[in-house]
Design a protein around this ligand. Structure first.
Ligand code: G4P
Length: 538
């Protein structure tokens, strides 16, 4: 018999654990400085001792199509998928997102498991393609965002122009909490608008920053430190900023309406500590989450969590998969039976592991905000929920429209069964999405990047013995279609049957050849709604 749980004691323990945790991701367009910033955070947290430790695990961004090489590196990167460290008594869970754009969907899904993000922008390049898409995903859940404008040691865009650009391109209101003084060779440091202090950059002593508290921006000390020209420009800038922005209020940030902005240079470890310090002060604790039946609070007595990522090991000697589970409520315990909602069966884990950098090891328990790695032999798919008995699914875990589509042609009819199984399992892992032509049997796979097709072809052959040819299809997006008027939907499907397919859950999609075709269909069929995402559970 289970010992009687003292609910009150349990609750206060859990609330303390929740208060300690911050779970977030750093996101950026490739090359903006995500890896460098991650590394500096880890150095502050004492999780790594030397610079370069993260970098060596990184997937080469410019890798050509040698996906085995990338997979090998991905294998290594499992260890750094979640990096946990303590800073000033706060347990920070930093979820890594792949830099390679072909793995973008992995990144999008990881964003469902965090409570906030830090978005890195290159001050020279400004808002880039991937920045926009990542922000769109953050907007879907109103995820709180802190912006870090990086590479101030290079001649970048004017900071006011940059703020305008970010606001208009990313459709979010900003609130600068620090302000740069000069740029490139003239970069002198930043003025911390929040703490009212000058942080001076010394290019010759890269790691040391001088922090000068300023009571009044008109004080003589500002001249002494910056020289008359820069001091005057800073005063003008600050006057302008203070005229535009009111005192910083964390509430709209927590609601995802306003993004605080910091300026710095990750490679020089400049402005990073200020970012981290503010982050642990204002970033949200593990949040409540909507499920299909209600809202789950993190401090509930009963455990629940969901799988947001599955990582398959390509090494034939270790054919296990690792399912990444975000703990959302209660306490996860090793060897305790939990309810796997989709399979309606009880499962327990004898070797769950955590990602504490000091101690990358088997864990006994985990709390809301934590990510647990579960060895899996094929029981999990993305979006699966574990509970202590209650039946529900976490919502807000979307599938995104793929961008490249290929028809699967079976080259070995003797292996049809293996092929079907392989396709189902690989798509469960989230490697790709599977569609079946409407009224037919043609199998179509859709991915975000070319690399994924190579992964699929290789894995189908090596893991399932199924040999396939993948023929390109001329589609640009798959839109999930719905309508309030079932008759209209039926007519549309009939009329456009060549472009209609069903996803794995039987939901209808319209495969559009181009944006023009999609817009035309939108205009011609006002009763049909076209969606670029579909929720795994609603
Ligand atoms: P990513 O993960 O977002 O793709 O970016 P990453 O940190 O790898 O940084 C991309 C490049 O930008 C790296 O140079 C890195 O050293 C550089 N970088 C990062 N922060 C700063 C900064 O504050 N100032 C300047 N000037 N450069 C910065 P690389 O040449 O691509 O790689 P490496 O040879 O330095 O490893």
């Amino acid at each position: 018999m289970q010992p009687e749980i003292n609910t009150k004691e349990f609750n206060s323990k859990i609330i303390n654990e929740i208060k300690k945790r911050r779970t977030f991701a750093i996101i950026s367009h490739p090359d903006a400085g995500k890896t460098t910033l991650t590394e500096k955070f880890l150095l502050f947290g004492g999780a790594i001792q030397t610079a370069g430790a993260v970098k060596s695990n990184k997937i080469k961004k410019h890798a050509t199509s040698d996906f085995m090489d990338i997979e090998r590196q991905r294998g290594i990167s499992v260890a750094t998928s979640v990096m946990s460290f303590e800073y000033k008594n706060i347990l920070v869970n930093l979820l890594d997102t792949p830099g390679h754009k072909d793995f973008a969907e992995d990144t999008y899904r990881t964003l469902t498991a965090v409570d906030s993000v830090v978005l890195v922008i290159d001050s020279v390049k400004g808002v880039e393609e991937q920045t926009k898409r990542l922000m769109e995903v953050c907007r879907m859940r109103d995820t709180p965002v802190i912006v870090f404008v990086n590479k101030l040691d290079r001649d970048g865009k004017n900071p006011f122009d940059l703020l305008d650009e970010i606001e208009s391109e990313l459709n979010i209101q900003l609130h600068p909490l620090s302000w740069p003084i000069g740029m490139g060779k003239e970069f002198k440091g930043v003025y911390n608008l929040f703490e009212k202090s000058l942080l001076l950059f010394n290019p010759n002593q890269k790691t040391t920053e001088e922090d000068v508290p300023i009571e009044n921006i008109n004080d003589e000390i500002v001249e002494q430190k910056l020289g008359a020209k820069d001091a005057n420009r800073l005063r003008e800038d600050v006057e302008l900023i203070e005229g535009v922005y009111e005192e910083f209020d964390p509430q709209p940030y927590l609601e995802g309406k306003i993004a605080p902005v910091f300026f710095g240079s990750a490679i020089n470890n400049f402005g990073v500590k200020e970012l981290l310090e503010t982050f642990i002060q204002i970033a949200p604790l593990p949040q409540e989450r909507a499920v299909t039946t209600r809202v789950v609070e993190p401090d509930e007595n009963k455990f629940s969590g969901f799988v947001f990522k599955i990582h398959a090991n390509l090494d034939p000697r270790h054919r296990d998969r690792i399912a990444f589970l975000r703990v959302c409520a209660g306490k996860f315990e090793r060897n305790k039976y939990f309810h796997h909602v989709r399979l309606d069966k009880n499962v327990r884990f004898s070797n769950p592991y955590t990602f504490l950098a000091r101690d990358k090891d088997i864990i006994e328990s985990a709390y809301p905000g934590d990510v647990v790695g579960l060895f899996d032999t094929g029981n999990f798919k993305i979006g699966d929920t574990l509970t202590e008995g209650e039946d529900f699914y976490f919502t807000g875990i979307p599938s995104f429209s793929p961008e490249i589509f290929k028809e699967v042609v079976n080259k070995d009819p003797m292996k049809t069964k293996q092929l079907e199984k392989g396709l189902l399992q690989l798509t469960d892992e989230g490697v790709a999405q599977l569609f079946t032509q409407f009224g037919g049997n043609k199998k179509i796979i859709g991915c975000v990047g070319e690399l994924q097709f190579e992964v699929i072809q290789y894995r189908l052959l090596h893991e399932y013995g199924a040999s396939v040819q993948l023929n390109s299809l001329p589609y640009y997006k798959a839109c999930w279609i719905t309508s309030k008027d079932p008759k209209k939907l039926e007519e549309f499907i009939k009329f456009k049957s060549g472009n209609i397919a069903k996803d794995k859950d039987g939901l209808l999609v319209y495969l559009a050849q181009s944006e023009w075709f999609l817009n035309t269909e939108r205009t011609n069929n006002p009763d049909i709604e076209f969606h670029f995402t579909s929720e795994i559970h609603k």
